[in-house]
Structure formats: C-alpha cells, structure tokens
Design a protein around this ligand. Structure first.
Ligand code: ZN
Length: 138
C-alpha cells in the first residue's frame, strides 16, 4: 500500500472565507501516484472546516448568512469561551460545517458526484492555518 501526506497552508485576508481547494487536492493525488484508494482532507484547526458542496457564489452567501444567524460573531460577550479570545462563533460554525471529508479515488481521479467540490471554510482567519491531505491506496 502507498501512503501520501501533505499540509496545505492558508492565511485568509478576512475573518471568514470559503476557498475551493479541489485543485490542490487533485495535485496531491497526481503526485501520490495512487490510482485506487481513499483521500482524507481535514482542517488541522478547531475554527476551520473542510466540506464538500457546490462552487456557487449564491450558495456561499447563503451559508454565511445561515451560519451568522446560528452563531453570530457579535456581541462577543454572549459566549463564555470569549475570555481571552473572540472566536467562540468560529468554533460553533466549524462544528456545523464539519472537520473533514473522505473522497474515494477511482482510476487515479477523485470520485465525485455531480458538482461536488472540496472547500476550506475559515471562521477565524487572518493568520496561518493548515489542512492535512492524507491519501492511501495503490
Ligand atoms: Zn477559541
């Protein structure tokens, strides 16, 4: 069995962003040389997500509005977590959007359903953060 590991680094300009990381994951897969197996992609930080959905700007806006309704950033004093930090909403948003995705690899390609793309979801950005890509197979 072959195994491949790489960290992708992000430093977003804004507190919250969604970034399509499918091209980077596809590059990892190409470098790995793995044709059949599984690809895990996970956020390495507890205020960031990795998720699969449509690359459609209206939907991304809807996610932002929905998450902000569920866990508004302000007032920051509403959260017990916000003693030294102001990112309690980021932890809650990440929990809803998920930590990781697993994608099947078939004939050397990510075996997506229609319109599926992999996203990095940042909820407390403006600093360096990582995503782990781990691919196993043969
Ligand atoms: Zn925190």
């Amino acid at each position: 069995m072959k195994s491949f590991r790489r960290e992708l680094w992000f430093s977003t300009a804004r507190r919250r962003e969604f970034i399509n990381i499918t091209p980077q994951v596809e590059e990892c897969l190409a470098v790995s040389g793995i044709r059949e197996g599984l690809c895990l992609v996970n956020a390495m930080h507890i205020t960031a997500s990795v998720f699969i959905n449509d690359d459609e700007s209206g939907l991304h806006h809807d996610f932002e509005v929905w998450l902000e309704k569920l866990a508004p950033h302000a007032p920051t004093s509403q959260y017990r977590h916000n003693g030294y930090e102001d990112n309690a909403d980021g932890h809650l948003k990440r929990q809803i959007m998920g930590r990781e995705v697993v994608v099947a690899i078939t004939e050397g390609k990510l075996d997506f359903g229609p319109w599926e793309q992999i996203f990095y979801g940042e909820f407390d950005g403006r600093r360096k953060k990582r995503v782990l890509v781990k691919i196993i197979g043969e």
